[in-house]
Structures are given as structure tokens and as C-alpha cells.
Design a protein around this ligand. Structure first.
Ligand code: GUE
Length: 290
């Protein structure tokens, strides 16, 4: 069993980003700048946003956090996004999800200028990604690809099973791994929580790579995977005792794995690192450096 250490990989990517930024700054340019919009006081969002802001500093970026009350209207949020779109000093913007019920999240995402959409959630970026064109790639999916690449886990020609069809993880990672990208050329099955149990087991038991993003602690058990599987755990579940666990019964399944991601210290760290890569790309596009 080998750990896919997301912290180690993210730290290495961030050190590399910081080097590139200092070259740009030495050449007289301003720093890259990320704006984060946080609505309300959702506890996990507070923690993710804090980690994004800290990582911006480590990357040599400027960042600012705009807080809005839980009661903000969609119209007010859309107005703020127009201001950020028009602000030449912001390279990339994140509107932290989830948003309160009175706000339609996709309508908000659609309002973000595609060239500042470092989450890669705008239809223009998602579509470009799916077509294999240059795009901001959804950060969690991109982070998983970077992690597999860092540890030189073979992907091309492998049978990959994704569990979970969300627009932010399952759908994009299944497209990216099946595309003819740098990390790709896998044969991918996209399954989800409605997949009949028998069919799900048939798929996962012969998979070389399993990626799980369902948000259920202990969902993946040893009987579901073959010996030597590579297991990517996207889940972040907070137990009542305050512990954070993924979607995999880690102690039981890890001995069967060739590679496995820990939670915490796995995919979450890579998500933040991928957002930094996207922000640097937005900045370099802005200054026509890339
Ligand atoms: N517009 C938007 N973009 C996102 O990228 C986005 C979002 N909304 N909403 C929520 C999800 C989740 N997400 C994570 C970020 C960092 C960790 C992370 O740093 N995790 C650490 C620590 C976990 C902890 O202690 O809380 C780890 O896994 O080691 C995890 C998950 C970004 N998301």
C-alpha cells in the first residue's frame, strides 16, 4: 500500500508556482490576485476559504475575501460579480459553494466572466474542457489528475470507475480521464448512487482505478475492489466526534490498494493547489505571458 500524499504533492506544486510568480514580480509585474466570495457562515466553507487564502499567500498571490450575509439576494450577488468581472486587478474569482436556497448557483456561476472562472464551472470552460480545448479545469478533478501524474500512476489504457456524477467532481473527472489529455486515455465508467448494486459491484471489482465522490462515510468496503486497485477518495465527511473521514473505509480497504489517498491530506489539498494553478494561468493570460 502506497499513499498518494496530497499535501506533499500540493506543497511541491505551490513551491513551483511561487517561483514563477517571483520571476514575474521581479520583472516588474503585479502579483496574481484571487477574489473569494463567501456567503453566510457555513462552517466547512469557512475552513475551505481560510485554506484558499493561506495558500494564496504561500503562492505569492494577493487575495481578498468578500463576505456577504446569508440573506443576500441573487440580484445583489449578481451585481457584485459584475463589479468583480470589471475589476482589472482581479485575475480569478471563486464564489464558494454551497449558496443559500434563495440563490440559483448555476445562474451565479454563469455570470462569472469565463476568463476569471478559476473553478472551471462556467459552461464555456466546462464545454471547452470536454472538447479538449484550453480551459480552466474544475479544480478537484484537475487536482486528482495532478496527483496521479506526480506519483506516476499509470492511467492510459486503465479501467477507471467513477462513483458520483456531480457537475463539480464526478462528471468532469470522467471526461478528463477519458479524453486524450496529458493525464487521460483511460476507459471510464461513470456510476452514481442510483446505479443498481449488482452493476456497481461488477464495475468496481474489475476497476484499476476507483474514484469515489458520494459523501457517505465508509461507502467503499474491501469486497468492492480488487487487489492492487488505485483508490481516490474525494469525500469529506465530518463525524459527530469532529473527525473528518472520506467515503472509503480506509483501515479496512487500504491493505488491498496499490495506491490510496488519505483524508484529510489527499484530494482536498490538491483541489486548493489546482485553484492556484488556474489562478496563475488566468494571470498569465491577462499579461499574455502564456
Ligand atoms: N466555488 C467552490 N470552489 C471549490 O473549490 C469548492 C467549493 N466551492 N465548495 C466546497 C468544495 C470543497 N473544497 C475543498 C477545499 C479544500 C479542502 C481541504 O483543504 N481539505 C483539507 C483539510 C480538510 C479540513 O480540515 O477541513 C484536507 O483534505 O486535508 C477540501 C475541500 C473546495 N470546494
Amino acid at each position: 500500500m502506497n499513499l498518494l500524499d496530497g499535501k506533499r504533492c500540493a506543497d511541491s506544486l505551490i513551491a513551483d508556482i511561487a517561483k514563477q510568480v517571483s520571476r514575474h514580480v521581479d520583472a516588474g509585474l503585479r502579483k496574481p490576485h484571487m477574489t473569494v466570495v463567501l456567503v453566510g457562515h457555513h462552517a466547512p466553507s469557512e475552513s475551505y476559504v481560510k485554506s484558499k487564502v493561506t495558500t494564496c499567500t504561500l503562492s505569492g498571490f494577493e487575495s481578498n475575501l468578500i463576505r456577504l450575509p446569508e440573506t443576500v439576494t441573487e440580484k445583489e450577488l449578481l451585481w457584485l460579480i459584475q463589479q468583480i468581472n470589471a475589476d482589472a486587478s482581479t485575475d480569478g474569482v471563486i464564489v464558494q459553494l454551497p449558496l443559500p436556497k434563495q440563490i440559483n448557483a448555476q445562474r451565479v456561476i454563469n455570470a462569472i466572466a469565463p476568463e476569471k472562472d478559476i473553478d472551471g464551472f462556467h459552461p464555456a470552460n466546462f464545454g471547452r474542457m470536454a472538447l479538449g480545448q484550453k480551459a480552466f479545469r474544475p479544480a478537484t478533478a484537475y487536482g486528482i489528475c495532478k496527483l496521479l501524474q506526480f506519483y506516476q500512476v499509470p492511467v492510459a489504457g486503465k479501467h477507471c470507475v467513477v462513483i458520483g456524477r456531480s457537475n463539480i467532481v464526478g462528471k468532469p473527472i470522467s471526461i478528463m480521464l477519458s479524453n486524450d489529455f496529458d493525464i487521460g486515455n483511460a476507459t471510464v465508467t461513470l456510476t452514481h448512487i442510483e446505479t443498481p448494486r449488482e452493476l456497481l459491484l461488477e464495475e468496481t471489482r474489475r476497476a484499476d482505478i476507483v474514484i469515489v465522490a458520494v459523501g457517505i462515510p465508509g461507502f467503499v468496503t474491501p469486497d468492492m475492489v480488487k487487489d492492487g486497485v488505485t483508490l481516490i477518495d474525494v469525500g469529506i465527511n465530518r463525524l459527530e466526534n469532529g473527525k473528518i473521514v472520506g467515503d472509503v473505509d480506509f483501515p479496512a480497504v487500504a491493505p488491498k490498494c496499490e495506491w490510496i489517498t488519505p483524508v484529510p491530506g489527499g484530494v482536498g489539498r490538491m483541489t486548493v493547489a489546482a485553484l492556484m494553478i488556474n489562478t496563475l494561468m488566468a494571470y498569465q493570460n491577462n499579461f499574455e505571458l502564456a
